[in-house]
Design a protein around this ligand. Structure first.
Ligand code: NAD
Length: 283
C-alpha cells in the first residue's frame, strides 16, 4: 500500500501573495519543504527577493520574488505573465496578503460612563480611510488575485486556492471592527467560491490562524517599553486553552493538507489553527 504523503505537491507552481510577511515566510518554508516552485508575490519586492533567496538556499525548491500589488489588477496580470514565464502554469494560490491598521482600531474596548466624553477614542473617532484600507487589503486583496491567478487552473480543471482568515472572523475582537468584518467576509467568499468553482476542479478553503505575535499586532499585544504582554496580550493567552501564542510554523501542516490532493474532497472549509481559542467559551 502506498503511504499517504504530500508528494503530489513536488514541482507544482504555487503563488503566495504577502509571502514576504511573518506568517507568509513560514508558509513558504512549508511549500519549499515539499519542493514546490514558489512565487512570492509581494508589494515589497526587496523583502520578497531576500526571503526567496534565503529559503531557496536552504531547500531543493525553486523560489522567486515577484512584485505585485494585490489591489491592482494590472499589476497582478503582469505578475502572472512573469510567473508563467519563469515557473510555468499556476497550480495553487495562497492569498496571504492582509492585515489590520492602527487607523481602524479604537483606543478603548467598550464605551463606558468613564470614556463617553472622549468620543475620539471610540467607534465614533474612527476614520473611513482606515476602514477602506483594511477592507481593500483583506477582501479585494483576496478577490483580485483569485480572479487573475486561477485562470491557469481553470484551463486544467484542477487547482487550489487557500485563503487566510482569522479568529475574529467567527466572533469580532474588540477594538478592530474593520479587520473583524473584513475577515468574516473572507470566510463567506471562501464558501461562495468553493461552490462556484467546485464543478471545474478548483477547491477553495481557508485557514483561520489564532494568535501569533507579528508586526501588525505587536503594538496591541505587547508593552513596547518592557516587552511583556499588554493586558490584551495576557487576555489572549488566558483565553487560549494551550496557554500560549502560536508559532508561525504551527500553520504549516494545515496548509500542506489543504493544498495537497490528500484533501481532494475538501472544499469550502475554514480550519482554525488556534490552540483551542475558538472552542473555548471563556469559563
Ligand atoms: P505581515 O504584515 O507580516 O505580512 C503581510 C505581507 O503582505 C507583507 O510582506 C506585505 O509587504 C504584503 N502586502 C501588504 N500589502 C500588500 C499589497 N497591497 N500587495 C501585495 N502584498 C502586500 O502579516 P502576517 O502577520 O504575516 O499576516 C499574513 C496573513 O495572516 C494576513 O492575511 C493576516 O491578516 C493573517 N493573520 C495574521 C495573524 C497574526 O497573528 N499575525 C492572525 C490571523 C490572521
Amino acid at each position: 500500500m502506498k503511504p499517504i504523503s504530500f508528494d503530489d505537491l513536488k514541482g507544482k507552481v504555487c503563488v503566495i501573495t504577502g509571502g514576504a510577511g511573518v506568517l507568509g515566510n513560514a508558509l513558504v518554508k512549508a511549500l519549499a519543504s515539499v519542493e514546490m516552485k514558489i512565487a512570492i508575490a509581494d508589494i515589497n519586492k526587496e523583502v520578497a527577493d531576500a526571503v526567496a533567496a534565503e529559503i531557496a538556499a536552504e531547500s531543493n525548491a525553486t523560489v522567486i520574488g515577484i512584485e505585485a500589488n494585490v489591489l491592482d489588477k494590472a499589476s497582478l496580470e503582469k505578475a502572472k505573465l512573469e510567473i508563467n514565464e519563469k515557473l510555468g502554469e499556476i497550480d495553487i494560490l495562497i492569498n496571504g496578503a492582509g492585515g489590520n491598521s492602527p487607523q481602524a482600531t479604537t483606543k478603548v474596548e467598550q464605551m463606558t460612563e468613564e470614556n463617553i466624553d472622549k468620543l475620539e477614542d471610540t467607534f465614533y473617532g474612527l476614520e473611513m480611510e482606515g476602514f477602506d484600507k483594511v477592507f481593500a487589503l483583506n477582501f479585494k486583496g483576496t478577490l483580485l488575485p483569485t480572479m487573475v491567478f486561477t485562470k491557469d487552473m481553470l484551463k486544467k480543471r484542477k487547482g487550489v486556492v487557500l485563503n487566510i482568515s482569522s479568529m475574529n472572523s467567527y466572533k469580532p475582537l474588540t477594538k478592530i471592527p474593520a479587520y473583524s468584518a473584513a475577515k468574516a467576509s473572507i470566510n463567506n467568499l471562501t464558501q461562495w467560491l468553493a461552490v462556484h468553482l467546485a464543478k471545474v476542479g478548483i477547491r477553495v478553503n481557508a485557514i483561520a490562524p489564532g494568535f501569533f505575535i507579528t508586526n501588525q499586532n505587536r503594538f496591541l499585544v505587547t508593552d513596547e517599553k518592557t516587552g511583556n504582554f499588554s493586558p490584551r496580550g495576557q487576555k489572549i493567552v488566558n483565553n487560549t486553552p494551550m496557554g500560549k501564542f502560536g508559532d508561525p510554523e504551527d500553520l504549516q501542516g494545515a496548509t500542506l493538507f489543504l493544498i495537497s490532493d490528500v484533501s481532494s474532497f475538501v472544499t469550502g472549509v475554514i480550519i482554525p489553527v488556534d490552540g483551542g481559542y475558538s472552542a473555548f467559551g471563556g469559563v
